[in-house]
Design a protein. Structure first.
Length: 157
């Protein structure tokens, strides 16, 4: 059984970036990341080693983010601008901010897929996380990259 602290230290940044890809708000992404790890901690004894622990954790994070999106749709909030806190965004350049903005404009499942791809997760593992075939994931990733490339072209990048 993996120690929770080791799990947290190994995956916090990756889960945070995944959540940030959904929310575009650092505070909300931190909250979603925290909710993910709380759920993982509560259910760690139920992890059956049928998949990698990272796959299991990404699935929890994805479900947490999707639930938040559904909740946000029920309680409409005013459009949140893509603003990262000054201290944390100094090292991020305009292209990364733009990429997150464009990812945020994608449908929910596409957001999960491309966020996991950007984290370097194997496509077979992404397929397990989102419940699609590996062939379907390859096709979706290709189409998502085409969409993002087109958005960059339209913005002169």
């Amino acid at each position: 059984m993996i120690a929770f602290e080791e799990l947290y230290n190994s995956y916090w940044e990756k889960i945070y970036r995944l959540c940030l890809g959904y929310s575009h708000d650092q505070d909300q992404a931190k909250d979603l990341t925290q909710e993910t790890f709380i759920a993982a901690w509560k259910n760690l004894d139920k992890f059956r080693n049928e998949s990698q622990i990272g796959t299991w954790l990404y699935r929890i994070a994805s479900n947490t983010c999707l639930r938040q999106i559904e909740e946000d749709k029920r309680m409409p909030l005013e459009e949140l601008p893509l603003q990262l806190e000054q201290q944390e965004s100094k090292s991020l350049d305009l292209e990364i901010n733009l990429l997150y903005k464009f990812i945020g404009e994608l449908p929910e499942v596409d957001r999960i897929i491309i966020s996991l791809e950007l984290e370097g997760i194997k496509q077979a593992e992404i397929a397990d996380i989102v419940g699609l075939s590996a062939a379907n994931i390859r096709t979706k990733i290709h189409r998502i990259k085409e969409k993002l490339t087109e958005k960059f072209r339209k913005n002169g990048k």
